[in-house]
Design a protein around this ligand. Structure first.
Ligand SMILES: [Cu+2]
Length: 357
């Protein structure tokens, strides 16, 4: 009995959903509106201005166009209970582990223990069993209730440790590296291998989100853009306090800790827009620093990189890369300058960060 109870607890802990997200609190403090206020219009203008037409000769033939999210994909649904549909192999594996192994096991064990208890309550109550047995040991049963849970746990550990290993597998050499900086209260993204300096990602206010057809409290002005079917390596750090970078549909969650570089990888197999939220209480606007990851085709990614003044690694010759480094460095400054009047709290933090580079 004790053993079964312990096993039940262990499986419950193992099955605790890692990535279910409730929507952020609906009541928006007035400050939130002020902080997260770069409008869609402003950001799209900034993006267009930062696109250097000269840079986009080889890789960026077309212009980057912002993708629209699909309902029920990469975002929570009203009344939703389950995990979001997973678009990475690891996410699908984890979902399978949860739905096919853990949930049935938990259900069977819970029902079995409940049945045992009901049977004991009914069969061995004082009225039905006036003279209780004085049996204190039964070797066979004790061996069974020790070994069966051991086998169950060992059985679970096989796919579980396999999943853990897959999640922490070293990224391949051609992985796209994105440096993720968590700030109070917005995110900064940086593509060191593509010559894209840090740009800031702020939440859209309600009007701007509605205008761009995106969910309020999840939509942002400048998304993280990554290519489909390619491993993305995130280097995550906190600039001020501990934040956590979490995107449920990508099965990705990593703490952003000041003074520490955490690494996590994902490989999205479907294009689309995937939303997430900061998942570590980080201050008054914790609920207003959402994450939007846009997964695009290889070509669209090259176009986006060009629009940001960067270059695909290996495509440009070293001289050209050096030449593009200057406009690339100018881009985040222009972006933060544009953001400055609308987001006063963003400026002090962003400026030293830009200077430090
Ligand atoms: Cu945060």
């Amino acid at each position: 009995m004790q053993m079964l109870k312990r096993l039940f607890l262990a499986t419950m802990i193992a099955a605790t959903p890692v990535a279910i997200h409730a929507a952020a609190p609906a009541a928006a403090p007035a400050a939130a509106a002020a902080t997260a206020a770069v409008t869609a219009e402003a950001s799209s203008t900034a993006a267009t201005e930062s696109a250097a037409p000269g840079v986009a000769t080889e890789v960026g033939s077309g212009a980057y166009a912002r993708a629209q999210p699909v309902e029920g994909q990469g975002q929570p649904i009203p009344g939703g209970l389950d995990f979001q549909p997973q678009v990475t192999e690891n996410g699908q594996y984890a979902l399978w582990l949860n739905n096919v192994i853990l949930l049935p096991l938990i259900t069977i064990i819970s029902l079995f223990v409940l049945g045992l208890m009901l049977w004991i309550v009914a069969r061995y109550r004082a009225a039905a069993n006036p003279v209780p047995s004085k049996t204190s040991h039964n070797t066979l049963i004790e061996v069974i209730w020790t070994l069966v849970p051991v086998f169950i746990l060992v059985g679970i550990s096989v796919p579980s440790i396999d999943l853990l290993a897959k999640q922490y597998a070293p990224p391949p050499a051609d992985a796209v590296t994105v440096k993720v900086n968590g700030y109070q209260w917005y995110w900064g993204y940086e593509y060191p291998d593509h010559g894209i300096g840090e740009y800031v990602s702020n939440m859209l206010d309600e009007k701007a989100a509605e205008a761009s057809g995106e969910p309020y409290l999840l939509a942002v002005d400048n998304r993280m853009v990554v290519p489909v079917n390619k491993t993305v390596k995130l280097i995550v750090r906190g600039a001020d306090v501990i934040h956590s970078f979490a995107v449920p549909a990508l099965w990705t969650k990593m703490d952003a800790v000041p003074g520490r570089l955490n690494e996590v990888t994902f490989r999205a197999t479907r294009e689309g827009v995937y939303y997430g939220q900061c998942s570590e209480l980080c201050g008054v606007n914790h609920g207003y620093m959402p994450i939007a990851v846009e997964v695009v085709s290889e070509q669209a990614f090259a176009d986006w990189v060009a629009s940001k003044g960067g270059a695909m690694p290996g495509t440009a010759d070293p001289g050209a890369a050096e030449a593009t480094a200057v406009p690339a460095a100018a881009t985040p400054d222009a972006a933060s300058a544009a953001a400055a009047p609308a987001a006063p709290t963003a400026t002090p933090a962003a400026a030293p960060a830009a200077a430090a580079r």
